[in-house]
Design a protein around this ligand. Structure first.
Ligand code: HEM
Ligand code: HEM
Length: 195
């Protein structure tokens, strides 16, 4: 709970901020390296991203109040009420992710898991490499290419979600008159009541 007297509230802890900006950098390098067919780079950045995501999943249970998944699971009623209230210009302020942002965060984490899972399977069954190599003998060529295409499709879904994520960040910043990008850099938000 934030101190009522403080001007600023510490929201995003260091691991969440390092996770976020490393994820952004890693995603860009992974995408560009695949497009440029630099597969060695792609696979190494891929491993780093897998480790980063696994860390975030653990931190979702062990991190500070705002990093924990539990703090941004909202009921469908609260989410709908938040979305409806956006039009009034007086939507409730949240220190952590708001209900709409939280939905997007879970969607992004889910699609990243799917990208990484299909990437690791593709690596094993097409390139005969990596930690899932034990799958190689059990997977037909046809199934292998399904994973290969699924990897591509999941990336396309991420490329659809990311602009919506950015739109949410910009509109949330306008709605609550606070710079959410800066908050993801400094970890701090202005002490404005949540209700
Ligand atoms: C956010 C992370 C990732 C992005 C944006 C991404 C993107 C892509 C894209 C766009 C392609 C298709 C390239 C083409 O059309 O030629 C590709 C291929 C591939 N990716 Fe990823 N990828 C990611 C993570 C991973 C991970 C974690 C792994 C496994 C460690 C992986 C393994 C592969 C492999 C093996 C291929 C090539 C399949 C083949 O041999 O044809 N990727 N990736
Ligand atoms: C320059 C581009 C980006 C900017 C400016 C940005 C900005 C932000 C901001 C401000 C938040 C906090 C939202 C809130 O206050 O509720 C956030 C959260 C998040 N963003 Fe981004 N984002 C960018 C790119 C990306 C990309 C490319 C991905 C995924 C591939 C991504 C995934 C996430 C995730 C998973 C969270 C939740 C963080 C957590 O709780 O661990 N973002 N982003």
């Amino acid at each position: 709970m934030p101190d009522k007297e403080a001007a600023q509230v510490k929201v995003w802890d260091v691991p969440v901020r390092v996770f976020h900006w490393s994820l952004v950098a890693g995603f860009i390098v992974a995408y560009l390296s695949a497009e440029m067919h630099k597969m060695a780079v792609h696979v190494w950045v891929g491993y780093a991203l897998v480790a980063l995501l696994l860390f975030r999943l653990v931190w979702g249970f062990a991190g500070n109040e705002y990093a924990r998944f539990k703090s941004f699971i909202f009921s469908p009623q609260e989410t709908l009420a938040y979305v409806r209230s956006l039009r009034s210009g007086h939507a409730r302020h949240y220190y952590g992710h708001n209900p709409a942002g939280a939905l997007m965060v879970f969607a992004l984490l889910g699609v990243l898991l799917a990208i990484f899972g299909t990437g690791l399977v593709t690596l094993a069954v097409i390139d005969f490499e990596g930690p899932l190599l034990f799958l190689a003998n059990d997977v037909s060529d046809e199934t292998a290419y399904i994973f290969r295409h699924a990897h591509d499709w999941m990336v396309n879904i991420a490329l659809l979600l990311i602009p919506l994520h950015l739109l949410g960040v910009v509109s949330g910043s306008i709605q609550h008159k606070e710079n959410l990008v800066r908050a993801m850099v400094t970890g701090m938000k202005r002490n404005a009541p949540e209700a």
